[in-house]
Design a protein around this ligand. Sequence first.
Ligand SMILES: NC(=O)c1ccc[n+]([C@@H]2O[C@H](COP(=O)([O-])OP(=O)(O)OC[C@H]3O[C@@H](n4cnc5c(N)ncnc54)[C@H](O)[C@@H]3O)[C@@H](O)[C@H]2O)c1
Length: 348
Amino acid sequence: MADKKLRYGFIGAGGIAAAHLRDLVRRDDVEVVALADISEAAMRRCQKQFSIPGTHTDWREMLATENLDAVSVCTPNKLHEEPTIDALAAGCHVLCEKPLAHSAAAGERMVAAAHEHGRKLVIGFQYRYHPRTRYLRQAFKAGQFGNVLFARVRAIRRRGIPNWGVFGRKDLQGGGPLIDIGVHVLEMAHYAMGSPRPVSAAADMFAYIGNKPSDRVESMWKGWDYENHTVEDLAVGRIRFANGAVAHVESAFAVHAEDAWNFELMGDKGGASWNPTRIFTDEHGHMVDKSPGWLPKDDIFSRKMNNFVDHCLHDAPTLAPGEDGLAVQRMLDGLYRSAESGGGEVEI
Ligand SMILES: NC(=O)c1ccc[n+]([C@@H]2O[C@H](COP(=O)([O-])OP(=O)(O)OC[C@H]3O[C@@H](n4cnc5c(N)ncnc54)[C@H](O)[C@@H]3O)[C@@H](O)[C@H]2O)c1
């Protein structure tokens, strides 16, 4: 496909679709030809902002008529599976937004469809393009941590319940902060610790703020839809991996604690923290803390989009194959299954 423009379409034309489009329209080897969304208003907004010719209220019609090479799937989580599989079957490469799906079984069907149709499936994990993540992953590969024994994963908003979209709807999203924001830090930690195979999970989840009106406390997004709020405010869990490593995960949309966006690794030779970026190890008879002298200020969204286009057009390697999305999905799935069944350990 070296000289051909990538004919590109969107399934879902809301918030994250606009972020994808910002980078895609800058490339002269990409032609964004169509959008599909059930909301005419969302489509019109996107169409106007990015001058996209085609609009469809049904993604199947778009796939059947627009002769696309690639699509972004940017719908609510429950609606990742069906459009992704349809797009792969229509011969498109797919960039599916995170999380891969609302359940591991759905994720498995998506990865199987990519293999069946011989198309590329990439998961929208922009944080693995982050210079900090890449540095720690390189350090892991160079053996700086030895065997990673433990990871601590924290994605905490003191009060940050989305007041748009359907982020409070368990039926459409599969869960709350764990699947929405915890997924980002969990996937980074998992990647930086060498992507071990998860084998079991246990979790507890608590709901106490999102299911009540938001007006009583000043916070960044007031007025969430508390009447239809069916997801957790706080999730705490443990994942065990086949290599003996353990991860503790904490994720919240609302909790009486400081905001946090970080993971830490502890290995038998060294450890690490993502933010601030540090490696803890022993050198020359001393305990030392190392940190990079300079890190590039990369735009991780741009890197994600450019890498996907180069992956489609030039077979450039992707950092975020669908299979990695599935591994993370299995962990999320295990954590939710455990919490729903009383918090005991469940097999992954
Ligand atoms: N990578 C990131 O950092 C990041 C950030 C935000 C959102 N996301 C992910 O992107 C996805 C969408 O989130 P968003 O913030 O853009 O939400 P959003 O609510 O702004 O947009 C979702 C769009 O999907 C459309 N939609 C719903 N049902 C549809 C259907 N049957 N067919 C076609 N379109 C349909 C809605 O009308 C809406 O326009 C979610 O899975 C979310 O987790 C990822």
